[in-house]
Design a protein around this ligand. Structure first.
Ligand SMILES: Cc1cc2nc3c(=O)[nH]c(=O)nc-3n(C[C@H](O)[C@H](O)[C@H](O)COP(=O)(O)OP(=O)(O)OC[C@H]3O[C@@H](n4cnc5c(N)ncnc54)[C@H](O)[C@@H]3O)c2cc1C
Length: 261
């Protein structure tokens, strides 16, 4: 029987661009450039490697996000995933990790799965807790922060590297794992992959399709609330130290004046 892998991928605001809050103190996700969270590329890569080793496997990439989040799905499809699911609904606006994990869990159950792979953290929220909450919601084991992962005979195995020791962990499928940026370089999409991705199926779902009430998600259903947010002050021009023989000294004085040294 086919090994059904679902990879959770997040569409995040481009960290190199300007980021803003909206009037209700949520992150502006509509008017900014975004991309597939870099850390989720590692999750897609591990899914592709596991699928290569399996006799028969199917990889679905899943995102909860605005219209433009389709870009993240297309990137994952161009890397080699088979199909995609996009959950989008106006009522999702303001969802926190509890709301997002609920939506992901329902979408994963609807899609069908043996193994869920997530990144170690998103590059915008960076909480790193979503995979654990997801496993709890699905009622399956979680093996998180793996630097190495493989599947054999209905068991997912992996290595988690800590500061002082490495642990070998395993769990029976179905299970949720998250992988780190040490798990292996993510491949670049080939031209053939980019062309093929255009024809791969992308299923769109909304809250009704997942039997989720609007009050369970969005700002209303959120467990956390942002009371205040202040935009970072604009960058000021830097100090230029001209080296006319005393450059090193001036640099040291500047750093010491700023209490860097
Ligand atoms: C349209 C929209 C509006 C939102 N508004 C708010 C808000 O106002 N306030 C708020 O607190 N949060 C909001 N969120 C949710 C938030 O951005 C995170 O998705 C969620 O809280 C998870 O936190 P994290 O990104 O820190 O997850 P982490 O735990 O750091 O993520 C770990 C992994 O979980 C997976 N993952 C995380 N998010 C998603 C996703 N959306 N789709 C697929 N996989 C995912 C990825 O594999 C990721 O690597 C919103 C999300 C969306 C899509």
């Amino acid at each position: 029987m086919s090994l059904r892998i679902v990879v959770c991928v997040k569409y995040v605001p481009d960290a190199t661009g300007d980021r803003h809050f909206t009037d209700d103190l949520t992150v502006d996700r509509d008017d900014v450039d975004g991309l597939l969270s870099e850390l989720d590329e590692y999750a897609v890569e591990q899914a592709l490697q596991i699928a290569d080793e399996a006799d028969d496997a199917e990889i679905t990439v899943l995102t909860v996000g605005p219209e433009d989040a389709k870009d993240a799905l297309r990137k994952a499809l161009s890397m080699g995933a088979d199909k995609a699911v996009h959950v989008e609904d106006d009522d999702l606006h303001g969802s926190d990790v509890m709301g997002t994990s609920l939506v992901l869990a329902k979408a994963i159950e609807k899609t069908g799965y043996d193994l869920v792979i997530a990144g170690m953290a998103s590059t915008d929220g960076t909480m790193g807790v979503l995979p654990a909450i997801l496993a709890e919601r699905l009622g399956v084991p979680q093996v998180t922060l793996l630097s190495e992962v493989s599947v054999e005979d209905g068991v997912v195995k992996g290595r988690r590297d800590g500061d002082t020791a490495s642990e070998q962990l395993e769990a029976s499928l179905p299970a949720v794992v998250s992988v780190t940026d040490q798990s292996g370089e993510a491949r670049y999409p080939s031209f053939k992959g980019i062309m093929a991705a255009k024809k791969k199926p992308v299923e769109s779902l909304d809250l009704d399709d997942l039997d989720i009430e609007a009050e369970e998600v969005g700002l209303e259903g959120a467990w956390t609330k942002v009371d205040e947010a202040t935009e970072r002050p604009a960058r000021t021009a830097g100090t230029i130290v001209k080296d006319e023989g005393e450059g090193g000294k001036q640099l040291a004085e500047f750093l010491s004046g700023q209490k860097f040294i």
